[in-house]
Design a binder for this molecule. Structure first.
Ligand SMILES: NC(=O)c1ccc[n+]([C@@H]2O[C@H](COP(=O)([O-])OP(=O)(O)OC[C@H]3O[C@@H](n4cnc5c(N)ncnc54)[C@H](OP(=O)(O)O)[C@@H]3O)[C@@H](O)[C@H]2O)c1
Length: 258
């Protein structure tokens, strides 16, 4: 499949890195920064001079520009065969009105698609062929492509903002927690690289464990009464850590909803 990325920023780069070696080829455009050419060099694709040329050649067009660019870019994509939008806070209805005669899928990926461990929320009325009432070849091939990048969850469009606030933004919040823990370890004398390694591997292992055990259960298993983890959790409570995460999710939602 030839995948064409309109936009060559953070999310296009993450998705393209995840697709490297899987897509037959990748095409990129930007608005003049040169990031499309950089990605093409890094991943072996091609930077094109116009969105129209990209639409002509790509089997699937991935929209990876800021939401405000939707209408302008849509005018240039009249020859696109199928459009996958990554645009935040842009409903399926808005996408369908920007591309009235096309198959459009709304996808919200997170940055971990870069290592094929992403979460990708999908809303679309373009079913895959295996759907009980039938579907389209594009509906099938796009789902297959997304599945190579991580865990795909089909969701009603109305739930996208809430989902984005916890899966799209969360890699940044979790990265902050990792950074803070590693910095605290380094402040206590660990080599900074070693501190980061310890926390990163702990995070990866805890994520695996959380697939089979409830978070409260993991907390309880680590924090034996009167022990050091219990003291740490009490300190986090005093610092209102839970309230801070809730506030982060609310703030993201407020900004998404304008
Ligand atoms: N970052 C994330 O974790 C994340 C997660 C999920 C969804 N998203 C969504 O993904 C989209 C892109 O986000 P981002 O973080 O990747 O933004 P970004 O880093 O600012 O990248 C935007 C890209 O769009 C390009 N662009 C602007 N106008 C264009 C045009 N007319 N034709 C072609 N390219 C054009 C920019 O070109 P230049 O390089 O020339 O400036 C840039 O490469 C947003 O809608 C966002 O909501 C992002």
């Amino acid at each position: 499949m030839i995948v064409g990325f309109v936009g060559a920023g953070s999310m296009a780069a993450a998705m393209a890195r995840g697709l490297a070696g899987q897509a037959d080829s990748m095409l990129f455009t930007d608005s003049g920064s040169g990031r499309a050419a950089e990605l093409a060099r890094e991943l072996g694709g091609e930077a094109l001079a116009s969105n129209a040329a990209l639409a002509q050649r790509a089997d699937v067009v991935v929209l990876a520009v800021k939401p405000a660019k939707l209408d302008k870019v849509a005018e240039e994509l009249s020859e696109a065969k199928v459009v996958v939008s990554l645009l935040g806070a842009t409903s399926l209805e808005a996408l369908k009105s920007a591309f009235p005669d096309k198959e459009v899928l709304r996808v919200m990926p997170n940055i971990a698609v870069e290592v094929r461990k992403g979460v990708l929320c999908l809303a679309s009325d373009v079913p895959s062929i295996s759907h009980p009432y039938g579907g389209t070849i594009h509906g099938t091939s796009v789902r297959e492509m997304l599945a190579t990048l991580g865990h795909v969850v089909e969701l009603p469009d109305s739930q996208f903002d809430a989902a984005t606030a916890v899966m799209g933004c969360a890699p940044a919040y979790l990265a902050l927690a990792v950074e803070a823990l590693a910095d605290a370890g380094a402040a206590d004398g660990l080599d900074p690289e070693l501190a980061r390694e310890l926390v990163v591997e702990t995070t990866a292992g805890t994520a695996e464990l959380l697939r089979i055990r409830h978070p409260a259960d993991v907390r309880k298993a680590v924090a034996s009464p009167g022990g050091s983890t219990e003291a740490g959790l009490e300190a986090l409570d005093r610092g209102r850590a839970r309230g801070a995460f809730e506030a982060a999710v609310r703030a993201s939602l407020e900004r998404m909803r304008g």
